[in-house]
Design a protein around this ligand. Structure first.
Ligand code: SF4
Ligand code: SF4
Length: 509
């Protein structure tokens, strides 16, 4: 990306930081970060955990306010129940979400990953911290791993992995709570295993999966598995704000060289005529004066190195092992550890902070950022349209969804000389959290509705569907042709909940 600078090469593209020349995994030992961004991320983690750990306990009318039950295809978002019948809403919501992600990424890059992605939060702010606490910083961890097995090593490793597994069990339980609800999870934990073999097996399986992710897979999830990470190459544009190295200011990079002045003896101050030292000083002074008289003014040499002192600290703290000075790479999770590390270095060498900072490529090159580009405007318009459609469909969504179909292959039946009947099947879905006794009526009493096998309309349980069949009997005098349009109204507690249109088939006169 920074081809105009001689230090930059494309060699970094030939290898992956976590794969050695022998093709084996290179285990990373990122140095513990510290600084203002790390502190801010710590507080963000506290907020994230507060929400993550309390959300499954919050209920509304006996149901969690947030549930993603893919097994039963039942989703509750902020208390609103979505069932398979709401598939169109689900698809539209997904489309809206994707457009939002695209727009957000075009503007702010992978900001989400660094601050609130559960993988980063758990890995960097919880599991990694425990590792630093037990095994020490990067070098101590490296030494411990390379050391022979000893009582000390066994103790530290056992303690670390025991804590890792315990946290993985907690994460797995909460993960399940978001899928099947905390009530079910509590039952699995408190009741005999034999009553919940499947649930218990899922708990164990997910505990090992999460343990494997945080103890072994680590950065591989972000760099090779996560689809969002892989999509960065097509989503990011030169105006996207990402964690970036200011190559204009930083290059050409170079180590700080300490100026070594030769030790000089203080000259004799008396300017005595016979002293050798004073004679030499007089000669030097004469030469200097003659040079100064004839010399032209020479500009002081321009600074030959940039602000990057090539200390490599930004690479050492990186949890994905990359060198951000090579430019934006899809391995970068925007965790900001390199910003903190570099800021600390800049303070020490008395240079301004922000050599690595949130900025865009164009911002670094031109010195000013541009967020509202044509692309952003186009995505925003699409997002606004989709959001409008979402709101329109959500507000028009009824708590009861009724489907009435005339029985296929059936014509009409003569009940008596004056009446004929049609057979219908119905499905009624209750999208609320409470059971609903229902009454079905034909609008304007155009006919009489008689349920097959029941005398009254069904009661539909919360979040369930009721199915059945009914006859509609009509007086021949009320028919308007071969097909007469009818409206069936669904009431609960005398409140009209839904109205569906159907047709009644009669004889041709
Ligand atoms: S931490 Fe800053 S100064 Fe050190 S190598 Fe990285 S960019 Fe250069
Ligand atoms: S380069 Fe590494 S340390 Fe810097 S933000 Fe990206 S992932 Fe974090």
């Amino acid at each position: 990306m920074y081809e105009e600078f001689e230090h930059d090469t494309e060699a970094y593209r030939d290898s992956v930081a976590t794969i050695g020349k022998d093709g084996k995994r290179v285990w990373l030992y990122p140095k513990k970060p510290s600084g203002r961004f790390y502190n801010a991320r710590t507080w963000t983690t506290v907020g994230f955990l507060a929400i993550f750990l309390t959300l499954p306990f919050i209920t509304h009318q006996g149901e969690p306010i947030f549930l993603l039950n893919v097994l039963e295809r039942k989703f509750i978002i902020f208390g609103l129940l979505f069932m398979p019948q709401d598939f169109h809403l689900f698809v539209l919501a997904m489309l809206t979400f994707i457009v939002f992600i695209v727009l957000f990424t075009v503007v702010f890059g992978r900001l989400f990953c660094g601050w609130v992605c559960p993988q980063t939060v758990f890995m960097e702010m919880i599991f990694r911290r425990i590792e630093y606490w037990i095994e020490g910083d990067a070098n101590a961890q490296r030494r411990l791993n390379n050391a022979d097995w000893s009582a000390e090593k066994i103790r530290k490793k056992a303690l670390k992995h025991a804590i890792f597994f315990l946290i993985a069990v907690v994460v797995a339980n909460y993960f399940l709570a978001y899928v099947i609800g905390m009530k079910e999870v509590t039952k699995i934990i408190s009741e005999p295993v034999t009553q919940h073999v499947g649930g218990f097996a899922a708990m164990i399986l997910f505990s090992f999966v999460f343990y494997g992710v945080f103890a072994r897979m680590r950065e591989q999830v972000c760099t090779t598995i996560c689809p969002y990470g892989r999509l960065q190459s097509v989503l990011l544009v030169p105006d996207s704000i990402v964690v970036a190295y200011d190559f204009v200011r930083g290059e050409p990079r170079g180590k700080i060289k300490k100026q070594k002045e030769p030790l000089r003896k203080e000259p004799c101050k008396s300017d005595c005529p016979d002293c050798e030292e004073c004679a030499a000083a007089r000669a030097a002074k004469n030469i200097l004066e003659s040079i100064q008289e004839t010399a032209t003014v020479v500009e002081p040499p321009k600074r030959v190195v940039g602000d990057c002192i090539d200390c490599n600290l930004c690479v050492q703290v990186c949890p994905t092992g990359i060198d951000i000075r090579n430019g934006t790479q899809l391995e970068c999770t925007n965790c900001t550890a390199c910003i903190d590390a570099c800021d600390e270095v800049m303070v020490k060498v008395n240079r301004p902070k922000g050599l690595i900072r949130y900025d865009s490529l164009n911002g670094i090159k031109a010195g000013k950022r541009k967020i509202f580009t044509v692309r952003v405007a186009a995505y925003s318009v699409v997002l606004a349209i989709l959001l409008g459609l979402d709101v329109f469909l959500l507000t028009g969504r009824s708590d009861i969804e009724t489907t009435v179909l005339r029985s296929p292959g059936q014509m009409f039946q003569e009940v008596d000389a004056q009446h004929i009947s049609n057979l219908y099947t119905f499905q009624i879905v209750n999208k609320t959290h409470k059971d609903m006794p229902l009454v079905l009526k034909i609008k304007d009493d155009a006919g009489v509705l008689k349920f097959v096998g029941a005398t009254t309309a069904p009661s539909v349980s919360a979040g369930k569907m009721s199915e059945g069949a009914f006859f509609i009997e009509m007086d021949k005098s009320k028919l308007t042709g071969v097909k007469t349009t009818l409206y069936i109204e669904v009431y609960s507690d005398n409140k009209l909940m839904d109205k569906v249109k159907t047709s009644f088939v009669g004889p041709m006169y």
